[in-house]
Design a protein around this ligand. Structure first.
Ligand code: MG
Length: 140
């Protein structure tokens, strides 16, 4: 993967409920908002089917202005059982998530895009920093 066309974000264990300092998570989100406008997608149980409750899910963790900006900027995905159903597997994507089911891993492998999955360890306080460094390693 030499470029990133789409970025998918889980919420629980990635943006909240993690050991990463909030300022690092905000820096990660700020970088995405500033550099990947129109390419940001939710991939979380807080946004599936036709329901998007991400603003509610984030409201207890982040400032209201940021929550509003995220809600307006991030695009919803539609999936039911496997999150991979919500991913454009033909694109160069990064998927930030703290969990990957075996069935989802098989889908990624069958499309030769397992390298698009970026595992976010909620217990690693450096995790948001590492994710930001990863994104910055791509030319933009
Ligand atoms: Mg999660």
């Amino acid at each position: 993967m030499e470029k990133i066309d789409k970025i998918y974000f889980d919420i629980d264990g990635v943006l909240k409920g993690t050991a990463s300092p909030q300022e690092d998570i905000i820096s990660l989100l700020r970088y995405c908002l500033d550099n990947y406008t129109g390419s940001l997608y939710w991939l979380t149980t807080h946004c599936k089917g036709n329901e998007n409750h991400t603003n509610f899910a984030l409201s207890d963790t982040f400032p209201k202005e940021l929550v509003d900006e995220l809600y307006q900027s991030f695009l919803p995905t539609n999936w039911e059982v496997l999150k991979t159903d919500g991913i454009d597997l033909d694109s160069d994507f990064v998927w930030f998530d703290d969990n990957l089911f075996e069935s989802e891993k098989m889908v990624l492998e069958s499309h030769y895009v397992l390298d698009g999955f970026f595992r976010m360890n909620p217990k690693d306080p450096e995790m948001a920093k590492k994710a930001l460094l990863f994104l910055k390693s791509f030319d933009k």
